[in-house]
Design a binder for this molecule. Structure first.
Ligand code: SAM
Length: 331
């Protein structure tokens, strides 16, 4: 298998199932990957209104009849190489989602979230609803501490003009992120937007962590990882696709995206030391009851209260107890 060592990581031009034997067990902090969809005679991309001469050729598709075995085999390897506590995000359409879920259930990996990514450029249909979403399956390997930087983009207290929590909105499980429109530039058939990859990397990894993409395609995961100061490795079976991007990736400057990412407005940091007034405690008690009656889970109630009262986790928990409420108890 041909390999190229650049940017502090190694990129392999080969099959990720057999090839991943080069990656030691428990060595990867985060896997972000977008496997081929297994849609026979895939013409999905042709529905997009674009000049196909700029789309890189050589994309290797998997036969629908092989998809179950294929998914089982690569997901087994993904589970092996992930460190305990490491996270995996798998992008999937709906056609073969069941095979991916079934393969995941046969490993030790545990579900964290089932995200929906809603994008523009949906496939036009006239006799059914327009398809404009993908699934992103966010799983983790048990046995270690999972990285989740809950305030990496917005601290809990940041609000928009309507007083709504920006942190809450950013962490909702439906993501609205547009595909990139790149007229006149080389692109892969299904290239993931940098904004989507940036969000995953910010929440689920730290600088210098090792990220792996088993299906590199247009190397979008690698580009985002390098841009955010992470190490990266991965596989692409097609020589044509591998060669189309490898030089461009080698030329990137580590950390080139660090100045342009969303980071929290620190001046809105939680008011940790200010004492609670009796009025605030009354308000906290009544908001807690409202949220509990509305059926919110204990964990969410604390997060919502943190954001609404601009306080840290422990301050909310302690003050609820002072107000005679044991968080989590049925009201
Ligand atoms: C959906 S694309 C990945 C797109 C990529 N995330 C991007 O943003 O450009 C899937 C890629 O997997 C590659 N592929 C197919 N079978 C493979 C295998 N067994 N090992 C490694 N790569 C494979 C295809 O050639 C294709 O480039």
């Amino acid at each position: 298998m041909r390999s190229v060592a650049i940017q502090g990581g190694v990129f392999y031009n080969g099959d990720c199932i057999a090839g991943s034997q080069v990656i030691p067990d428990n060595s990867i902090d985060l896997i972000i990957t977008d496997p081929p969809y297994g849609i026979q005679g895939d013409t999905l991309h042709r529905h997009y209104n674009r000049d196909e001469s700029f789309v890189t050729g050589g994309y290797v598709e998997i036969r629908a009849s092989d998809y179950e075995r294929f998914s089982r085999e690569w997901i087994e390897q993904a589970a092996r190489i992930l460190r305990p506590g490491g996270s995996i995000y798998i992008v999937s359409g709906y056609t073969n989602l069941v095979q991916i879920l079934s393969a995941l259930h046969q490993t030790c990996l545990e579900e964290v979230n089932h995200l929906v990514w809603r994008y523009n450029f949906g496939v036009f249909t006239s006799r059914k609803y327009v398809s404009s979403h993908y699934h992103i399956l966010y799983y983790a390997k048990p046995g270690g501490k999972r990285t989740f930087n809950a305030e990496c983009r917005f601290v809990f207290s940041e609000k928009n003009e309507d007083g709504r929590s920006l942190n809450y909105q950013d962490r909702e499980d439906v993501w609205i992120i547009n595909r990139e429109y790149k007229p006149g530039r080389v692109k892969n058939k299904n290239e993931l937007p940098l904004a989507l990859l940036t969000k995953i990397i910010q929440y689920s990894s730290n600088e210098r962590d090792m990220i792996c993409d088993l299906f590199l395609g247009g190397f979008s995961t690698a580009r985002a990882a390098i841009g955010l100061n992470r190490q990266v490795t991965g596989f692409e079976l097609s020589p044509e696709m591998f060669d189309a991007r490898i030089e461009e990736i080698a030329a990137l400057k580590t950390g080139f995206m660090m100045d342009s990412i969303r980071v929290p407005e620190q001046e809105n940091a939680p008011l940790t030391r200010r004492p609670w007034s009796p009025e605030e405690i009354d308000l906290l008690r009544s908001r807690y009851h409202e949220l509990a009656v509305a059926g919110e889970k204990k964990k969410n109630i604390t997060l919502i209260l943190q954001s609404e009262f601009n306080r840290g986790h422990w301050s909310i928990e302690k003050t609820l107890r002072r107000a005679g409420i044991k968080p989590g108890e049925k009201q």
